[in-house]
Design a protein around this ligand. Structure first.
Ligand code: PMM
Length: 300
């Protein structure tokens, strides 16, 4: 008997039909009984450097689906590198890179967040189906961002950063990093609320590595509960960051990024035990496993 005899299983079944049948998710569908995993999908030159635009796009969508099937609760799509010294990307190019990826992942049933500092890109991403905006610009946010977030009502990650990617390293100067970052993030939160953003829309992130050195990052990780006490969900991003490479250094050289996943998992466990809402990570499968252990232990 031909498989085609069973409706919906034959070779004539269009893959598109199958995709359409997948129930599209919303932010409200996310679990609330454990720490969530936000998988990182960077659609930047350095991440997908070989091939033309089409190949980059295909590779990015394939990687996003891989993260989704590995158990990512949210996929964070970014088209502009945010590391220290990174060159700013034109928002038009940023949108060319990420909009088709967002559309494909939303269609496949993913909850998608968009890592952007640009109002135009955030607006276009929301129109393409993105569920939340992850803005790392911190104290130097683009004019109009709070108004867009207020109008659209989407959840919004408000992360702490002093300065820009170009100059933030020079601004990593604190007497008491945890207290100062907390005070600056609280003031920024108040500013967004005064501009019409509902407090429930705001997710706070201490911004590890953004105008912070290793000691500052550890102070923030140790004081996560103080951020949670501001009354919002808290997102933490430690994945493969340099301060972990420094802990693992041998012979004075920091461990390279791809060798930092086990150390990242340790910080994931610590953050979850302190009540983090979500962790932003490269290693989705490992993070889900580690969080199952935290849950079984009853720590979150
Ligand atoms: N870190 C990076 C990029 N985006 N977003 C949030 N909310 N928090 C972070 O800590 C964060 C971020 C840099 O990491 P990558 O270059 O590995 O993406």
């Amino acid at each position: 008997m031909s498989l085609g005899a069973i409706p919906g299983t034959g070779p004539a079944t269009s893959p598109l039909t199958v995709i359409r049948k997948i129930k599209q998710k919303t932010f409200a569908d996310l679990p609330t009984d454990r720490t969530l995993v936000m998988g990182i999908l960077n659609v930047t030159e350095d991440s997908f450097s070989d091939g033309g635009v089409y190949l980059q796009r295909e590779a990015a969508i394939a990687q996003g689906l891989k993260l989704l099937y590995a158990g990512a609760d949210i996929i964070d799509v970014g088209g502009e590198s945010t590391r220290p010294g990174a060159v700013a990307v034109d928002p038009v190019l940023e949108q060319e890179r990420i909009l088709p990826v967002i559309e494909a992942l939303v269609k496949a049933g993913a909850v998608v967040s968009v890592d952007t500092m640009h109002v135009d890109t955030a607006r276009a991403a929301i129109a393409a189906g993105a569920h939340l905006i992850n803005d790392v610009s911190g104290l130097t946010y683009e004019a109009g961002m709070p108004e867009l977030i207020a109008q659209t009502g989407v959840p919004y990650v408000l992360m702490h950063r002093r300065g820009t990617a170009q100059n933030m390293v020079t601004k990593a100067d604190y007497q008491d990093a945890a207290a100062e970052v907390l005070a600056e993030l609280r003031a920024l939160r108040d500013d967004f609320v005064a501009r019409g953003v509902a407090p429930e829309q705001i997710i706070l992130d201490p911004g590890l590595g953004f105008a912070k050195d290793a000691a500052h990052n550890w102070a923030l990780l140790k004081n996560l509960k103080a951020f949670e006490d501001l009354g919002h969900r808290v997102l933490v991003g430690t994945s493969r960051k340099r301060f972990l490479g420094e802990v693992l250094a041998e012979g004075g050289a920091a461990r390279e990024p791809l060798g930092r996943d086990a150390a990242t998992l340790a910080t994931t466990v610590l953050a979850a035990a302190d009540g983090a809402w979500a962790v932003r990570v490269h290693d989705v499968q490992g993070s889900r496993d580690a969080l199952k252990v935290v849950k079984a232990h009853g720590s979150h």
